[in-house]
Design a protein around this ligand. Sequence first.
Ligand code: TRP
Ligand code: SF4
Length: 400
Amino acid sequence: MFVNRVLSGMRPTGALHLGHYHGVLKNWARLQHEYDCFYFVADWHALTTHYDDPATIEQHVWDMVIDWLAAGVDPAQATLFIQSRVPEHAELHLLLSMITPLSWLERVPTYKDQQEKLAEKDLATYGFLGYPLLQSADILIYRANQVPVGEDQVPHIEITREIARRFNHVFGREPGFEDKAEAAIKKLGARRAKVYRQHRKGYLETGNTEALAAARALLEESQNITLGDRERLFGYIEGGGKMILTEPQALLTEASKMPGLDGQKMSKSYNNTITLREDADSVAKKIKTMPTDPARVKRTDPGDPDKCPVWQLHQVYSDDAKKQWVRQGCKSAGIGCLECKQPVIDAVIAEQHPMRERAQKYLDDPTLVRSIVADGCEKARKLAQETLRDVREVMGLGYT
Ligand code: TRP
Ligand code: SF4
């Protein structure tokens, strides 16, 4: 069967909040049923900007993994691991750096943006410039084809595709490639060879991506050919040379509109968050003290929901009837603001209930999380080592 491998990572920046839940984690939990999913803690990436804060990183790592589990990411379905525990990422990063033009890294928009945004930090470092390349190594080492990310990360996926293409172009060439590919087709057996040729022709003539996918699927199913021949045939579908690294695609997650307590987007830097496992009293208090329509000073003043951040939360949490009740009651001064906030408080607490429950087990026994991650690292590492073996080989480092 053709594996659709999903990979995504998150930097350990402290307790996750409901913005992460609605924007990322719900999606991760959904994908784990459909794909072979790998989710990892990008601790090296955290160091590219927070190298001066080594004391907090470990706590952030474990808290974040517990947040993932709390949100419904299931270790029986997805592989969870930590980047720095799979040092093969670093070796691939180094090897890819040999063929990565500096200009490609310098023109990634996050490079200048972040340097300006985090002006108090010295980010004129080698590590920070290499951030997107490290991310490319993260992705390419698992030959992941789908990478769920937000809009801001698209340039990083784009550069990853360019690097894979360049790598395959530089190292996938071999003398007599065509002849070898043709010989490999024959080894597929008559029926498969015919289907492969049809799909290849379909793709090369019309750019039909379904034909491309079908040809790849066919190769995945063909167990009777060598790894080298398989890479040749993967590459041959598209022309060129062997396909050693897989070009990934961004699986765009719909931008989360999760509003924060002040109506801006929920974000740690705006100090307007509710954390994933915040206790119920604190949730109630935060929502009760949220600002409302500034024109609604007294209980008897009518308000305008469109000028109120509480209304934005109703849009996430309330059904049509409730929303109708809010709009009508607010505009007519029929309900008070505290009354209006109560259903939101109840909904947030109800949403968090299963999360708090799932997390408890891991808080009670921290060795559980450690062992989930240890298993994940081991599984990830095996795959990473396979890719790296092929990469070393074609780069002339195959000697033992
Ligand atoms: N740069 C990503 C972010 O800030 C985190 C990340 C690191 C990542 N490596 C990755 C995401 C690989 C997807 C795939 O969100
Ligand atoms: Fe906002 Fe609700 Fe108060 Fe209207 S009634 S101002 S929507 S909190």
